[in-house]
Design a protein around this ligand. Sequence first.
Ligand SMILES: [Zn+2]
Length: 278
Amino acid sequence: MLVNLNDVLKKAQKEKYAVGLFNTTDTDMLQGVIEAAEELRSPVVLGTAEILLPYGELKLIAPSVIAAAKRAKVPVVVHYDHGLTFTRCMEALQLGFSSVMFDGSTKDYETNLAETREIVKIAHEFGASVEGEIGHVGNASTGDEDLRDMYTTPEEAKAYIEATGVDALAVAIGSAHGVYKKKPLLNIERLKEIRRAVDTPLVLHGGSGLSDDDFKTTVREGIAKVNIFTDLCLAGKRAMKEGEEQGLDYLEVRNLKVKYIKEAVMEKMKLFGSVGKA
Ligand SMILES: [Zn+2]
């Protein structure tokens, strides 16, 4: 069934597990994620992100993702990840996404606040939820020192939530997008401080490549949603390499991709503690 973030994250926060967001840019990924969620009876968040649209246009992807969510036996949120422009966020809502993230984290504080507030007002009219970001989750190719300046502070988080009315908040505590070059060091103390300061479900971006312990600790300390994309790409790539080596034809490689992606998703759901929570 198609639901929004509030329908799954409040329960997750209360029961101390996290729901995974898995971005799906094609139907191979979509099938892998849905099958994993149904088999493990786990709630799940599906979506795509604005920077991924060159690899799967929104109008093309949306109908299949939304139909899959509605048909699913478990709660599925269809989320527009890292919305960067007002136009694309509106398009996602009009196409039927049940949730959007507006990422104004690279803009100045006042602009981020004002634009997020506007999107929240409109999204709520659609019955959709909104995730915002304060502080800035950078890219893994940047050094740790550069990331540290962008960590979310508890004061900022509280003020931002009060001013915008977001339903979930992405926090910057040391994780980053993409493939990590060295082991990331998460600031768990900062996470605890933010958790104590606000009631809104918190989101960890840049989940691919974090250790099992990182997940267990962050979920225990209040993360209710974890974003994963890179790990699904790596699983798919492994299938393509093995398919080539084994001389499989295109359709067999396709099915191997679905299998490996599904396995990668199931592994994450077990770590996040969302198994059996649907
Ligand atoms: Zn992100």
